[in-house]
Design a protein around this ligand. Structure first.
Ligand SMILES: [Zn+2]
Length: 357
């Protein structure tokens, strides 16, 4: 008898746990469904979007620190983006009503949906996000479904890496003058040096992305765990200064040659989204590249792309980037681009290489 009743109690407990889990699943689902999904107008090009299967890895992927990049892929997605500027959605503030978050969980973080199971062997390799939010696929890959916003027919996301630096003030002045915003992928050691500039950039309506604490390849690319730990260290710094935990990240040097399946899984499990680029100023191909070359690179790479993530740097000594910036912005305006900032609701552009390894 005693045995039986404890058995029933156990069973009851299990049912309770399952019930709670189901409820939580439903709640997060319904939260998601409040956000509008706008992927339906996806066309053929979108499907090939971020460098479809078989497309060779972008030559320029290493260019963040070495050579000029070539665009990775074509994208045509008529999505419109609502909130340029101020609200970057870096940090989910949609707090669920249900609760009991394990103590280790930081309550500031957005509710993370459970990580999917790694895809089985034989899963076809698809290296890009669908605009409907379907993540890339590959054997062993476990990336979550996302919800992306609509964007205007032509949109450019200026991304400025490696700051803050002595150039940030000038970059911010230009952005303000041109009435556009950008996404600053900042390095922790630079944030420590220029905390006020990080605040200023954020307060001006720019988005802040995480570019690791140390930017030291031998340190961060030791393992996925080391990479995530380095991100978190930077995240704490950023959070203390501006009160948000950026979920958009850029890997130093880009993903190509640095990231493989286990890195993607590790960052996705922490709810980060990784952004490479498809147009580059090429300002990291040498210590100082003439401003004319930077402008020319953009003019050559932009045509035919309706959706651009543009790479440039905010680093000591790179004053030609500052020089070129107003002309680059004006050129893009003339071409009909609107300017957006990255947030988890913007579909990433990814170099395809890492999904094959
Ligand atoms: Zn960098």
């Amino acid at each position: 008898m005693k045995k039986d009743s404890s058995k029933w109690r156990r069973l009851g407990l299990i049912v309770l746990i399952i019930g709670t889990l189901t409820l939580m699943g439903c709640s997060s689902l319904s939260l998601e469904s409040f956000k509008t999904v706008k992927g339906s107008n996806m066309d053929q090009e979108d499907r090939q979007g971020a460098g479809g299967q078989g497309e060779s890895p972008p030559e320029g992927s290493q260019g963040e620190d070495v050579t000029a990049e070539k665009p990775a892929h074509e994208e045509d997605n008529p999505i419109q983006e609502g909130n340029e500027g101020s609200d970057t959605n870096e940090e989910g503030n949609s707090n669920p009503v249900f609760t009991e978050i394990p103590p280790s969980q930081n309550t500031q973080e957005s509710p993370v949906t459970a990580s999917p199971e790694p895809a089985p062997p034989g899963t076809p390799v698809r290296t890009f996000y669908e605009l409907s939010g379907t993540p890339p696929t590959a054997p062993g890959l476990a990336m979550k479904h996302r919800v992306f916003k609509e964007e205007p027919p032509k949109i450019v996301y200026l991304t400025i890496d490696d700051g803050p630096s002595e150039n940030t003030v000038h970059i911010l002045d230009i952005l303000k003058q041109e009435e556009v915003n950008a996404t600053f992928f900042v390095i922790g050691t630079q944030v420590e040096r220029y905390p006020e500039l990080l605040k200023k950039a954020y307060e001006q309506g720019n988005a802040i992305g995480n570019h690791t604490y140390s930017h030291n390849y031998s340190e961060i690319y030791q393992s996925p765990e080391a990479f995530v730990a380095n991100l978190k260290k930077n995240e704490e710094l950023i959070y203390k200064l501006i009160g948000v935990r950026p979920k958009v990240i850029r890997t130093p040097g880009g993903t190509h040659g640095n990231f493989h399946i286990s890195y993607y899984n590790a960052v996705d499990a922490q709810d980060y989204l990784v952004y490479d680029w498809n147009v580059s100023t090429g300002d990291a191909s040498a210590p100082l590249v003439p401003a004319e070359t930077l402008i020319k690179n953009v003019k050559e790479q932009a045509p035919g792309r309706d959706r651009i993530i543009l790479l440039m740097h905010d680093a000591p000594g790179k004053w030609t980037t500052v020089d070129a910036l107003p002309k680059i912005i004006r050129f893009l305006k003339e071409q009909g681009y609107e300017f957006g900032v990255l947030s988890p609701e913007v579909a990433p552009i990814l170099f395809p290489g890492g999904f094959y390894s």
